[in-house]
Ligand binder design. Structure first.
Ligand SMILES: CC(C)(COP(=O)(O)OP(=O)(O)OC[C@H]1O[C@@H](n2cnc3c(N)ncnc32)[C@H](O)[C@@H]1OP(=O)(O)O)[C@@H](O)C(=O)NCCC(=O)NCCS
Length: 317
């Protein structure tokens, strides 16, 4: 389970659309032609409503993006920028994020989109490119893998209704993390989240510590962070988003696992989300993280989706 809220780039990325890619036929051998429109191209406007969910990141962070279309509908979106966007690489690393908009595109279109979107990302100097796909999008996953992508994370999205009261735990104490304690929380999180199978979270934790202060403050403002104590000792960490109804991270000191702490911390988190008015709680967990999966299932969470995060990395960067 993890969360890095996307935040505005600190690097003042200017809007430099690639005119080369504007309304250019990308594969002359195909009968149905794939085109790419930059965000500044007037023609892109007609495709934006259907692609709206996929351009949120670009809009929020003021990043350039390209919409690939088959002329009638958007097929996918490529957003470029510099870390911190996903926090998968050191701050300042140029990256690209690919999104597939159409859920059941023709296989030939997918192949074309995958190679052309990667080509565009590399022309923009991306050292790392990611795409997140639902596990049932098999053609797209296969195409990305054929083009040098690898699976970085395979996760379940789980959720449950918050339709009951959760009793506070009288043995554990919970204290909100103050803003100046965030580095300490991150240090503990690195230790208490170990063993989660989630390399994405490990990479985020590695990079988040190097964020400039104002971005760390922004991270702090989007999530609520807690330490869990027993007898004055920090035994666990928790963070959640009351606005998104999301439990973002929970971790227990490795030496204290299997003694009921995780369940009690989760109950506290669910109680907080319910008190904040969330009708539902959701979270993300690596499919191989059996302890966490069992814990969530025992608390009534059900799997709603399976998502694979694929990554292309320039190993020489
Ligand atoms: C997941 C985690 C928070 C569970 O905390 P915990 O204190 O060890 O768990 P609890 O003792 O409260 O156990 C609660 C339930 O979790 C499940 N569970 C815990 N440890 C387990 C294990 N080793 N194997 C299988 N199931 C396990 C069981 O369903 C258990 O209920 P039960 O005791 O009635 O069988 C803890 O293992 C942890 O910090 N892991 C690393 C970080 C992490 O993975 N966080 C979640 C990221 S999504």
């Amino acid at each position: 389970m993890r969360c890095w809220p996307a935040c505005p780039s600190v690097h003042g990325l200017s809007f430099t659309p690639s005119l080369k890619y504007t309304h250019r036929n990308l594969n002359a051998e195909e009968i149905l032609l794939l085109k790419a429109f930059s965000h500044t191209d007037a023609e892109v406007k007609s495709f934006l409503p259907q692609a709206s969910n996929y351009i949120e990141l670009a809009k929020m962070m003021n990043l350039p993006f390209w919409v690939f279309t088959d002329d009638s509908a958007p097929l996918g979106v490529v957003t470029t920028g510099k870390e911190p966007i996903q926090l998968l690489a050191p701050i300042g690393t140029p990256i690209a994020v690919i999104d597939l908009v159409q859920k059941r595109p023709r296989p030939t279109m997918v192949k074309d989109f995958v190679s052309q979107s990667l080509k565009l990302a590399l022309e923009k100097d991306a050292k790392l490119v990611t795409v997140e796909l639902a596990s049932e999008e098999k053609d797209a996953i296969a195409s990305f893998l054929e083009n040098g992508f690898a699976v970085l994370a395979d996760t379940f999205i789980m959720s449950r209704q918050l339709d009951q009261e959760y009793t506070p735990d009288k043995y554990l104490q919970f204290r909100v993390v103050k803003q100046d304690e965030l580095p300490k929380w991150l240090e503990l999180a690195t230790k208490f989240l170990s063993g989660s199978e989630d390399v994405v979270m490990e990479r985020i934790l590695e990079n988040v510590g190097h964020l400039p202060d104002h971005l760390l403050a922004m991270y702090y403002s989007t999530e609520t962070f807690y330490f869990a104590f027993e007898n004055g000792q920090r035994i666990g960490i928790l963070n959640f988003s009351p606005t998104a109804g999301r439990i973002s991270n929970i971790g227990v000191d490795p030496s204290r696992r299997g003694q009921g702490y995780g369940r009690r911390i989760m109950l506290f988190g669910l109680q907080q989300l319910k008190a904040a008015g969330c009708p539902q709680a959701k979270l993300r967990v690596h499919i191989d993280n059996k302890p966490a999966l069992n814990l969530y299932k025992s608390l009534g969470f059900e799997v709603t989706r399976q998502l694979k995060l694929l990554i292309w990395e320039n190993k020489n960067a």
